[in-house]
Design a protein around this ligand. Structure first.
Ligand SMILES: CSC[C@H]1O[C@H](OP(=O)(O)O)[C@H](O)[C@@H]1O
Length: 364
């Protein structure tokens, strides 16, 4: 998307065709910093410490991490070790494993000398595919917004989203935000309730930055306001992203998503999940039982990052010394609470039959 009029993707190759450049999202919304990733260690840190985050972007970054390493040591041992190092950075988003498996399957049959070229080519392809997948998700989600807009008699369609499933979570367009961007481009009036999304505040830091940059009418709200707004008819639609969706339609996403789905169900508000197919885990049926939920450091709760009065970026401590913190980073919304899955191939029920209908080649 455009940043101050300049088109950007979240990750790209420098002119040398080898150096990987990405936006260090920890500094947004106050500073737009681009960093170079020149080793698998750089990539591992960038994923683990959330310089880059968002399931599709994590996958794309890992693909480049494999390519960078093939330029350093293209041996089998190096390839397997890199798979392990990058896979262990974060456990929940399935795109990470999907991308690493894709790269390894491509590279293993090749002579080591041929691996670096093939790896960079595939990493770029993964990025290009993600852009098109997210663009298509936008077009398919747009139909849902248009149907609601037709009943709103000129008033804006009020959409609530949680965390950041925007272009910053992907290579471009985003997943949950893609229908919003398409609606805006088509002149459909929308208004977005942006959940701040404690503790990392991806909504407050990233989604609002996207909304401001793109001129999307919005209001930032605390996570606990969503249910109240739904009770008062202020939410026409919920669209969220996902880090892993099971073959039966259970949706793993940022912590707090499940509570929004419960509130939406209780208030008959349509609850949709924007789902790129690499985020489907075909091997898992019961998401609550089977999906590993990342437990992140308690400091993400005890401290808040932001702009200080002197304009510097820093953090303040919000809980007392000695306080204990629990920080599960994701939760699972059972398929029964999901109205539909917006994929690049269309919208389907959150069910095995729904997903098999759109992706028969994967559903066994
Ligand atoms: C389009 S995937 C976005 C997904 O990823 C986020 O998690 P994180 O910021 O920790 O990587 C969040 O769950 C978003 O919905």
């Amino acid at each position: 998307m455009k940043v101050n009029g300049t088109p950007y993707r979240t990750i790209w190759l420098d002119d040398d065709g080898r150096t990987v450049k990405t936006i260090d999202q920890r500094w947004l919304p106050h500073e737009f910093r681009v960093v170079d990733l020149t080793s698998r260690e750089d990539v591992a840190i960038a994923i683990k410490d959330m310089w880059v985050r968002g399931a599709p972007l994590i996958g794309a970054t890992a693909a480049f991490g494999m390519a960078i390493q093939m330029g350093i040591d293209p041996s089998d041992a190096s390839l397997h070790e890199t798979w392990d190092i990058l896979h262990d950075t974060r456990p929940t988003a399935i795109n990470l494993k999907w991308a690493l498996d894709d790269m390894r399957a491509l590279l293993m049959p090749l002579a080591p000398a041929d691996r670096v070229e093939a790896a960079y080519r595939r990493a770029v392809e993964i990025c290009d595919e993600d852009v098109e997948i997210c663009r298509q998700i936008g077009l398919n989600g747009l139909k849902i917004i248009e149907e609601i807009a037709a009943k709103k008699c000129g008033k804006p369609v009020n959409i609530l989203t949680h965390c950041n499933a925007g272009w910053l979570a992907t290579v471009d367009w985003g997943t949950a935000t893609s229908p919003i961007y398409h609606a805006l481009e088509k002149g459909i009036e929308v208004h977005v309730w942006v959940d701040e999304t404690r503790p990392r505040n991806q909504g407050a830091h990233l989604t609002t930055w996207e909304m401001v940059s793109h001129g999307v009418p919005h209001k930032l709200i605390v996570d606990n306001a969503g249910g109240h707004l739904m009770q008062h008819g202020e939410v026409d639609l919920v669209i969220v992203g996902t880090d892993r969706t099971t073959a039966h339609g259970d949706v793993c996403n940022k912590i707090g998503t499940y509570l929004k789905a419960l509130a939406a169900h209780d208030n008959n508000v349509p609850f949709y999940v924007a789902l790129p197919s690499p985020t489907i885990d075909w091997t898992v049926k019961d998401g609550v039982k089977e999906i590993p939920i990342e437990e992140r450091d308690g400091e993400e709760i005890s401290h808040l990052w932001g702009k200080q009065e002197d304009g510097s970026i820093g953090q303040v401590q919000v809980s007392p010394d000695g306080a204990e913190h629990g920080n599960p980073a994701f939760d699972v919304t059972p398929s029964r609470l999901v109205t539909g899955l917006i994929t690049e191939r269309g919208v389907c029920d959150a069910s095995r039959e729904g997903l098999a209908g759109l992706f028969p080649e994967f559903a066994k």
